[in-house]
Design a protein around this ligand. Structure first.
Ligand code: CP3
Length: 343
């Protein structure tokens, strides 16, 4: 018997859907804040296997999720490529932005997996601690989303710098994307070799791309990554998350070769069943603010999602990450509600 998360990703429709949550480790848990205080900075935290193992296991101990996602960040890739990446308290990530195409020459692919060895060590450590029904999840950011941080130097309101670079000079932008495809593929393959059974690719900023650019910078590079990972590790199961991409979820799911598609909270369940479920296992898609709100409102919303999605392969999750102000008890109630689910 496979683990429920793995069965669902192989296309089984289960009576009780497997459940895990994006950002299930993090600041909403008091024990996370305690562990976080032991590291001098966030990247150091990610690169200390003992601490990363502990943060990964915290939500598993409390809620017995069906998947344990390794504690790390999507921005370890630019860090490993040699860009300066810092996490500033109260502000989020700050990078020395790539200003011109010449700056791409300053990034180095050699040594990426050596630099990220602590992530693989943490995966191997977590693997030994999981129950036989819990799947180990590795992850990476998608090339487009990572490129936005590398060029904007952090989060952005309008993404004018990265988009105008991509529109105005697609040749040099493609060079950056190609470099990221290689770094991300190598990182994902190394995670599978260290014990990850499932991989999620976060394209958190996919939804800001117009149609043609979405095909070029989201679908195409992710398709290549999926091909490379599956060639090296045929057993790996891959979930894609083209956040906020609306009807473009359809070509994304059809074309990339992913096994599962993680849906943001705006995707209508009935549409997803018709347009996506033939191509991939559906994952999602409770609004994180529903989880924050809790009570009957949350439970009704969670059951409504199960009602509409569970006839086919389905994994319960949020539409985006757990918010830091979420009461941990609400997470316990949500998991209970999904596990007790019967029509
Ligand atoms: O889900 C998990 O439990 C695994 C851990 C995980 C983190 N980041 C830890 C983290 C995962 C899967 C991520 C992915 C990630 N990181 C994404 C894609 C998912 C998404 O939310 O769209 C993105 C865009 C990032 C980049 C990032 N990292 C930002 C913008 C920030 C600052 C804002 C914030 O939410 O704090 C981070 C920091 C970060 N990554 C924290 C955690 C727990 C908080 C840092 C802290 O504890 O001080």
């Amino acid at each position: 018997m496979d683990k429920p998360l793995i069965e669902a990703l192989k296309g089984e429709a289960l009576d009780i859907p497997p459940v895990w949550l994006m950002r299930q480790a993090g600041r909403y848990l008091p024990e996370y804040r305690e562990t976080r205080a032991k590291a001098p900075d966030f990247l150091n935290f990610c690169y200390t296997p003992e601490l990363a193992i502990e943060a990964t296991l915290q939500p598993i101990r409390r809620f017995a999720m069906d998947g344990a996602i390794i504690f790390s960040d999507i921005l370890v890739i630019p860090d490993a490529l040699g860009q300066v990446v810092k996490f500033v308290e109260g502000k989020g990530p700050v990078l020395d932005p790539l200003e011109t195409p010449d700056a791409i020459g300053g990034l180095h692919l050699e040594g990426v997996t050596a630099k990220l060895a602590p992530v693989y060590e943490a995966l191997a450590g977590v693997k030994g601690e999981l129950s036989p029904t819990t799947a180990l999840i590795g992850f990476a950011g998608a090339p487009w989303t990572i490129a936005t941080y590398m060029i904007e130097g952090g989060s952005s309101r309008d993404f004018a710098r990265v988009k105008s670079w991509a529109y105005d000079d697609p040749v040099s932008f493609q060079r950056l994307i190609d470099l990221l495809v290689t770094a991300i593929s190598d990182h994902l393959i190394a995670q599978v070799k260290a014990g990850a059974e499932v991989l999620q690719i976060f394209d958190s900023w996919a939804g800001i791309l117009p149609d043609k650019a979405f095909w070029e910078w989201s679908i195409k590079p992710i398709k290549t990554i999926v091909e490379r990972v599956k060639e090296a590790c045929p057993e790996a199961l891959i979930i894609g998350f083209p956040n906020r991409s609306g009807i473009l979820y359809q070509p994304f799911t059809r074309e990339t070769g992913i096994d599962g598609v993680s849906m943001d909270a705006t995707v209508p369940a009935d549409w997803a069943v018709r347009a996506l479920q033939d191509y991939a296992t559906l994952q999602g898609n409770l609004d994180p603010v529903m989880l924050l709100t809790g009570g009957k409102v949350m439970q009704d919303a969670a059951r409504a999602i199960c009602d509409r999605l569970k006839e086919g392969p389905f994994i319960f999750n949020l539409g985006h990450g757990v918010l830091p102000q979420t009461p941990p008890d609400n997470v316990a109630r949500l998991v209970e509600c999904v596990r007790d689910y019967k029509e």
